[in-house]
Design a protein around this ligand. Sequence first.
Ligand SMILES: [Ca+2]
Length: 486
Amino acid sequence: MKSETRPTTTQSHSAPAWAAGAKAQTTTIGLLGFFFLAFIAPMGCTTDTPRPNLIILFSDDAGYADFGFQGSEFMQTPYLDKLAASGARFTSGYVTASVCSPSRAGLLTGRYQQRFGHELNLPGKPDPAVPDSLRGLPLSERTIADWLADAGYATSLIGKWHLGLEDRFHPQQRGFQEFFGLRAGSGPYFTGLNSRVETGTTPVPADSLDYLTDEFGDRAVDFIARHRDEPFLLFLSFTTPHTPMQARADYLAQDSARFETDVRAKYASMTRSLDENVGKVLETLDLFNLRENTLVFFANDNGGAMPYNGSLNAPLRGAKGTALEGGNRVPYLLSWPGHIPADLVTDDPVSTLDVLPTFLAAAGVDLPTDRSFDGVDLMPHLNGQSASAPHDTLYWKMQWGAAIRAGNWKLVRTPDAQHWLFDLANDLSETTDLSNQEPERAAALRKSLEAWESTHPDPIWLINDAWHARTLERYDQSVVEGYVRN
Ligand SMILES: [Ca+2]
C-alpha cells in the first residue's frame, strides 16, 4: 500500500463555505431569511431553561477509524472532532445490528429489535409469504419520536429511513411530524439522479436537489431555524458514506492525490461533506444560542462496509454484516455542554439502545411502563451520580451470526456455527480464539446467548442469499481488507 498523505487544506470553523453563501440554492427560508432570523434570534430567548433540544446525527457505513476524533490523520472531520471534544466519546459504543435497518429499529425503539422480529435487513429475502405490508418496523412498536411528540416536542426526520417502504411505515406515521428524505436504504447523491426523495409523501424532483448530503444539512438548518423557540427532536440521518460512492468534484480534486484507491479518495471526500453538514447544524445551534440547551448524539449505524466503500475499521476485525467488533462497535459521541463534561472519554460499553432512555430523561419524560426497554439513561454515568457501568451484558444476533459481550469477554457465533471466544481487554482486534483455553467461560457465555435468543420470536423476514454470502465472507479478514489497502 502506498502511504496515504495527510490533508494540506483545512476547513475553517469561523467561515464555512455554506455560511459564506457559496451555495446558489437554499431551502425554504433561503439565505436572506436565514440571516434575518439570525438577528432576531436573541429575542426568542427566555430566562427559564426550556426543555432541551435533542439531535441524533447518524452516518451510514462509516469506518471505525475514519474520523479525526477516532485517531485518523487522513480524514478531515474538524466539526465532528469539535463535537467530540465538547462532550463524551465512548470507545466501546455499539449498535444493535451490523446492518442498517435493524440497527435503526433498535435505536429508535430503545429495544432489541429481535423482540419484535425486525432482526434482519430490509427488504430481505424474496418470499411471497412475507408481503411488503409486513416489511417494516412493526406497528406494535413506538419510536422515540412518538414518545417525544406526545410530550410536545417538534419532531423531524431528515435523510434515510429504511424502516419500511409502504405508507403504513412512513416516518410521519411513526412520530416524526416532518420528513424530508428517502424511505429506502440508499440512493445516488448527485443532482438529477435521486428520484426517491420526498417531502412528507410528496416526491421531490431529482433535478431540484442539491448534492444530497448538502441538501440534508440545509434542511436540518431550516428545521432548527423554524423550531428554535420550542423543544425539538431532529434525527439527521445521512446516507453518507454509504455506496454509491459519489463525491463532490471540488473535494475529490483535492483528495484523489492523497489516496491510492479511487474508492478511498471518494470516501474521504464524502466524509468531508458529512462533516461540513454536521458543522452547519452545530453552528446554527450556536447562532440561535441553543447549543448549551441541546443534547447531541452522533454515531454510525453499523461497522464500516469494508471493502466496498473504502472505509477502514482498524484496529477492529470484521465489517458491516458481521458479529465481530468491526461490525457493531462504532464511533459514538454524546455532547451536552454544562451537563456532560468536555473531553470525557470512557471505555464502558454502551449501546444505541441507550439513546431513547437518555433523551426521554433529558426531556423530563418518564420511561413508558407499557413495554420493556433494553437501554439505560447514560446521564447518571456521565455526571458522577452512578459509579456502575451502564451495561453488564450486550447481545447481537442476525439469523445465524450472533455475539454476546459480558465484561471484557466476548463470544462470537459465526454464520457457519463456529464459536470464538475473545478477551477484548487484551485482544481488541479479536485475533485469538480462546475457546479451547477457556472452555467453561465459552460454554457459560454460549448458554447466556442462547437463553437470550430463546425469548424472541422468529424474524418476520429472512436475509437474502446474496447478503448471506457477502456477510459470511466478511468473517475472513483478508476479504475485508481487500482493495482498501491495495
Ligand atoms: Ca448502514
